[in-house]
Design a protein around this ligand. Structure first.
Ligand SMILES: Nc1ncnc2c1ncn2[C@@H]1O[C@H](COP(=O)(O)OP(=O)(O)OP(=O)(O)O)[C@@H](O)[C@H]1O
Ligand SMILES: [Mg+2]
Length: 501
């Protein structure tokens, strides 16, 4: 008989009437990397939260090394050697990296007080061992999302894990960071750790996984060896129908200027930024994580200051000093980190959708409830947000559906300029297609769209023109015919023949 380190049998879980998991089976072999694949809201995060003691299943059993176990809490799960890196970062922002890694189990000195020196020393050693450039003394809130994610990983493996679960760990990582992560994973695998790996990135799954299990709408669809699987079959298993075209770009830009940026600079962050956006144009911003793309856009949106330069909206100079002024001028921005900037997680889906739009929904300073309701309904439908009702608390939505709700919130103000920062991060292939088709539709209606993206296929297939940013400078402005992965990468990184130092 085959040996499993962990088996889940017939797991069921409901949330106030919504069936999130129905009779799910899932098993894990020693030292295997098992990918869990499924669309947004399929139940992936719920399943691993059951394994991690965060949710109690309504029915079903969990066996560890063939023995029935009762996992009632996160501590129970840890005792069984289960470590989980969640989809949403759960570090404490105002504590240091080291304090986060040792949170709740800080080593103490002989006198019984927190041994800060030891905490920093040991945390730094763990980080260094992985060959990552992070200072253990730094506050977590000062780190990029990518680095925060790496801290989560260090923290999870610092417990003696036998089973490591990673819920979309690479959604905000650069390729070189993904390479680091994968080498950490292979290393752990060699030490006999089994890994459950959740990702929407098919190519990564083929690179790293041994087996793949697909779930759809809370039900088990099938398990296969990664070596014999093919992408089309997997997508069909995920979406339950055959899948056509991913990228949709039918309309063409006008030469009617909507936004012009002249020489804006911010000391030490970006310099002499110039570009023009036209009605109906999708203008891409490519570059490596940290190149300064989000910072440039935050400045244009008024969320950050800039030192000099001028912004023109429809050829008129404008001063934008706050997001409120940007919104009043018809500029909307969907931020990169939805948890931090995009949503009020403890409020409802409906409330979040109307959040940026409250003013226009008021009559004589009183909110027009019917217009509100109608608007919420329309956007839930347009974006196909999977929610039990508009009154659902947004943090209970799956990651991908939260992302759609952020988009709905900004579309609801019907902007002239829409800035999207990594709009398809962490969303499944079906939802991606919906977002691409929406971008195409909005630009056809005359909206000017700026899209920051680290996914080159998305940039190449969706954008009319692309600015490549490196170290706070626009190093190239490429038109559609000049777009290729190698051309973009050449300007995004320091090309060998272009050493400027
Ligand atoms: N605490 C909760 N309360 C109510 N509903 C919930 C809760 N947690 C999850 N759900 C619902 O259960 C379903 C499965 O969600 P889950 O987060 O497991 O999906 P997922 O497969 O991880 O999706 P994604 O790829 O978008 O992260 C969704 O319909 C979600 O709205
Ligand atoms: Mg999830």
């Amino acid at each position: 008989m085959e040996k499993f380190v962990m088996e889940m049998h017939q797991i069921e879980k409901q949330f106030s009437g919504v069936k999130a998991l129905i009779n799910i089976d899932f098993s894990l072999k020693p030292g295997e990397i098992h990918a869990l694949l499924g669309g947004n809201g399929a139940g992936k995060s719920t399943l691993i939260k059951v394994l991690g003691g965060i949710y109690k299943p309504d029915a079903g059993q969990i066996l560890i090394n063939g023995k029935l176990v009762n996992i009632q809490s996160v501590q129970d799960a840890q005792k069984q050697g289960i470590g989980i890196i969640h989809q949403e970062i759960v570090l404490v922002p105002y504590l240091s990296v080291a304090e986060n890694i040792f949170l709740g189990r800080e080593p103490v000195t002989k006198l019984g007080i927190k041994d800060t020196k030891k905490i920093y020393r040991e945390a730094q050693a763990m980080i260094d061992k992985l060959g990552i450039d992070i200072n253990a003394k730094q506050l977590v809130e000062e780190l990029s999302i990518a680095k925060q994610q790496i801290v989560e990983i260090v923290k999870a493996i610092s417990f003696d894990v036998k089973i490591l679960v990673m819920d979309e760990p690479t959604s905000s990582l650069e390729e070189n960071e993904v390479v680091t992560l994968f080498s950490i994973m292979r290393n752990l695998k060699e030490q006999g750790v089994s890994i459950i790996y959740i990702s929407h990135k098919m190519e990564e799954i083929f690179r790293i996984a041994d087996r793949i299990t697909v779930i759809r709408d809370g039900t088990y669809v099938g398990t296969c060896e990664a070596a014999g699987a093919n992408v089309d079959d997997l997508i069909n298993m995920m979406v339950g129908k055959s899948f056509e075209r991913l990228f949709i770009r039918t309309s063409v830009p006008t030469d009617d200027e909507v936004l012009r940026i002249e020489n804006i600079s911010k000391n030490g962050v970006f310099k002499n930024i110039n570009f023009t956006l036209h009605r109906g144009e999708v203008l891409g911003f490519a570059g490596l994580v940290g190149a300064g793309r989000s910072e440039i856009m935050s400045a244009i949106f008024g969320a950050d200051k800039y030192d000099s330069g001028q912004i023109y909206l429809e050829k008129r100079p404008v001063k934008i000093k706050s997001p409120g002024q940007a919104i009043a001028n018809g500029i909307a921005m969907v931020p990169e980190n939805r948890k931090k900037q995009g949503l009020i997680l403890i409020n409802t889906v409906g409330f979040n959708i109307t959040l940026a739009n409250i003013k226009s929904l008021c009559r004589h300073s009183v909110i027009d409830k019917n217009r509100c309701k109608e608007l919420i309904k329309r956007y839930i439908k347009t974006l196909n947000v999977k929610t039990s009702s508009p009154n659902q608390i947004i943090q209970n939505l799956s990651g991908g559906n939260q992302q759609k709700a952020v988009l709905a919130k900004w579309l609801a103000i019907n902007p002239k300029v829409l800035i999207l920062d990594e709009p398809t991060r962490g969303i499944d292939i079906g939802a991606k297609q919906e977002i691409y088709s929406l971008i195409d539709k909005l630009s056809a209606e005359g909206m000017g769209i700026i899209m920051i993206s680290s996914e080159l296929p998305e940039i190449i297939n969706m954008c009319d023109n692309v600015c490549v940013v490196r170290e706070g400078n626009i190093t190239a402005q490429l038109s559609k015919t000049e777009l290729s992965q190698s051309n973009i990468m050449k300007y995004a990184t320091k090309g060998e023949d272009k050493d400027e130092n």
